[in-house]
Design a protein around this ligand. Sequence first.
Ligand SMILES: NC(=O)c1ccc[n+]([C@@H]2O[C@H](COP(=O)([O-])OP(=O)(O)OC[C@H]3O[C@@H](n4cnc5c(N)ncnc54)[C@H](O)[C@@H]3O)[C@@H](O)[C@H]2O)c1
Length: 557
Amino acid sequence: MQEICMVGSGYVGLVSGACMADFGNEVICVDTDEEKIEKLKRMEIPFYEFALGEIVKRNMDEGRLSFSSSLEEGVKRSKVVFIAVGTPPDAEGEADVSDVLKVAAEIARYMTDYRLIVQKSTVPVGTGAKVRDTIRENLAKDVEFDVASNPEFLREGSAVETFMRPDRVVIGAWSAKAEEILADIYAPLYLNETPMVRTTVETAELIKYTANAYLATKISFINEIANLCEKVGADVKVVAKAIGLDRRIGPKFLHAGIGFGGSCFPKDTMALAKFSEQVGEPLRIVNATISINREQRKRVIDRIRGAVSPAKGKKVAVLGLSFKPNTDDLRDAPSLDIIEALTADGAGVRTFDPVSMPAARGLVKGIKFCRDAYDAVSGADAMVLVTEWNEFRRMDLTKLYSLMRRPVVIDCRNVYDPSEMVRLGFTYFGVGRGTPPPPPSTLAKERVRQAAAGKKKRKKAPARGKRSRAGTARGKTKRPAPSAVIRASAGKARRASGKAGRSTGGRSGATGRKGPSAKPERASARAKGPARKTKSPARKPKGSTAGPRGSARKRRG
Ligand SMILES: NC(=O)c1ccc[n+]([C@@H]2O[C@H](COP(=O)([O-])OP(=O)(O)OC[C@H]3O[C@@H](n4cnc5c(N)ncnc54)[C@H](O)[C@@H]3O)[C@@H](O)[C@H]2O)c1
């Protein structure tokens, strides 16, 4: 059993402190945020994290976990002091370690005998050495101490589970004594054979950044492939699945979408890029990962804007606010940028998130927070799925369709099946699952065209009557589905504006699907091009034209 002080009671400090108490250690969690500490003393968890409340309560009840806003009390009552305060990016994107060093100086002033100071915050290589020097300079008494690094790999949304069952524990130490104390704290994990990587402080510091940068790189990589998929009519979900089945690659972090956000990946990739540059070894892959991610967010937001253009007076439902499911963390959440863009364009935003609305109310003004997802989409001109909470995956799509004023869905996480969405009558935009929507100007033109076309008897689209290699078996539908008509007219609009050569077809974002709107020139391009061999949802047999779309469309006029 070790006596531990955890400085910083945020996501990392509180989860780590509570779980270490659960291992049988005696833990005091300290934070300068007195309101947070008072809440914790009343067993109120300041953020949403599954199973954390239970573990905090159990360990408080059993007297192993306590809270204080006094660092002096924390240092006096412990042998091991973990630093788990924030390391946000500064104006240059570098990790700001000033809170870490401030805490180190303060710890030094309260040390009366040996302490092990463990760096848990994510910090650039060299910070451990700075912590050691800071402590040395600020010691009130000449006492022995060690500094170690124990980077944290927990994942918000499943933080307790990932702390209790980590893939590995990294212990970076300069002395055997420090290493043994840390190994003792994590001893319960030996039972489930958690690998322990014992190394130096510098290596441990770099491991954390390398892990996050690698995961972020996988995301940016698949997003680039997604963009290529859109150009060639391939489906990135199938590409990702197929490559992920290769055990050397693995399936994780290969989900194309709006890119990464949250409190770690954006800041950690940036910090790594900065300090690698400072030491004269700039990491080109990490720099590319960052810029691809930035562009991807912009690209998807442009897509949303295009799909609702002109936005003025439209109602847009934004589903999901947190940067990922199962957390209420809104740090660098794409939802915030999407909402900002939509409101700037004049759209009215209605939103729902199962847990992050209380946190969002303080950050976002002028939007409507709704009871549930169905309430949010009621009367909406478009729905944007931003965070893939399970309850959004399981929505009743028929009900969704009937509630929306216009059945336009922009799926930033590729949660829905494009062919199913189109079959149901939605105008569906995914990421990397076929052809992207036209730019806003073209789309606006296309809407005018549609409105005009609605007054005339609709002519048969040329592609429909023709059989192409791509559409031979499944492209024959006597009456085009309404969404297919939209796609066909969008294609015409593009050809008319001389963009046909670049375009891969007349679809407005419903992906890889070769339905009645496939055109002969597209089919032959496919036959020659790389997309030819790509089997995508587009090739699924076309579903029945029955369903909600007929009647609901009529209602919309
Ligand atoms: N959130 C994650 O998923 C995650 C995962 C692994 C590593 N990390 C890293 O862990 C560190 C902490 O991240 P977080 O998400 O827990 O941040 P956080 O903002 O949730 O928590 C930091 C806490 O430190 C407190 N604090 C600040 N200065 C203090 C001081 N001088 N004394 C005492 N308390 C102080 C703040 O009040 C806050 O409660 C960061 O370096 C982060 O990169 C985060």
